[in-house]
Design a protein around this ligand. Structure first.
Ligand code: FPP
Length: 254
């Protein structure tokens, strides 16, 4: 067992006792989901355009993906563009699209080096044809890697996902299914649900993210803006998770 973060204050911000470190080999979340919030405010604080905040957010995402892979987190799911984000100014939407394109092109170049499976959750049909092709190419070519999986939610909405799942189930002739069977109709198919949902940026809401999948996720909110949410902040979030007791509706241990 190694000790990494000596300065963890996560417990304090979450109303929990102060913890010294995260346990690397015990009780790590298998699946972490992140609402990458606070890019705009990060840019504003620096007198930069919002797109500069998203660019820093994209860098933070790359760092997070590498760190989660290093820790042995099997799944990382990030909210990159919601079904509601189309309402933003056209230049901001275009800026996010170009960051996604840049990331996907780089990911294709680094496939062998990074060895991460990339999945996109969301309806890609409103995106530019080239971006759709890039998304599909990334998914197809990275499908051979089974060690770590990064899910990027694009044009994604939690309610939309449930409605689509119900439609697909109906189209299959309404077969007899249970909750696990219905999960198979979600974008992620049968991957495990997130154990930990992190929302940086100070807001305490879910914003239509993974509504079905986070039924029993531990929630971690932080005031740190996403571009500043570095490895140390991940350590704090994971340490807080490791000190929670997950009961799944059962009674506690004592
Ligand atoms: C929310 O912050 C962030 C977004 C809507 C966009 C997230 C996009 C990226 C990080 C870039 C592309 C992603 C990848 C995967 C390469 P906000 O703009 O609402 O922040 P604010 O609340 O401070 O205004």
């Amino acid at each position: 067992m190694s000790v990494r973060s000596k300065t963890d204050l996560a417990g304090e911000s979450q109303g929990l006792p102060r913890h010294e470190h995260i346990e690397e080999t015990e009780n790590l979340p298998r699946h972490i989901a992140v609402i990458m919030d606070g890019n705009g405010r990060w840019a504003k604080k620096r007198g930069l355009p919002r797109t500069a905040g998203h660019s820093a957010g994209a860098d933070s995402f790359r760092r997070a993906a590498r760190y989660c892979q290093k820790l042995g987190i099997e799944y990382l799911t990030v909210y990159a563009f919601s079904t509601e984000n189309w309402k933003r100014p056209a230049d901001e939407v275009a800026g996010i699209m170009s960051l996604l394109e840049k990331y996907l092109r780089q990911a294709l170049r680094d496939l062998e080096k990074e060895r991460v499976r990339i999945c996109i959750f969301g309806d890609l049909s409103p995106f530019a044809p080239e971006l759709q092709t890039l998304c599909r190419e990334c998914m197809e070519r990275s499908a051979v890697y089974t060690g770590a999986q990064v899910n990027i939610c694009l044009n994604y909405g939690g309610r939309d996902e449930i409605v689509r799942a119900a439609k697909r189930w109906a189209a299959d002739g309404c077969p007899e299914i249970d909750e696990a069977g219905f999960s198979g109709y979600m974008w992620g198919g049968h991957i495990p649900d997130p154990d930990l949902l992190i929302r940086p940026g100070g807001e305490k809401r879910i914003s239509n993210f993974l509504l079905w999948e986070i039924a029993y996720a531990e929630l971690y909110f932080s005031d740190v803006l996403w571009p500043d949410f570095d490895e140390k902040e991940f350590d704090k979030a994971i340490a807080a998770y490791q000190h929670r007791e997950r009961r799944f509706g059962d009674v506690g241990k004592g």
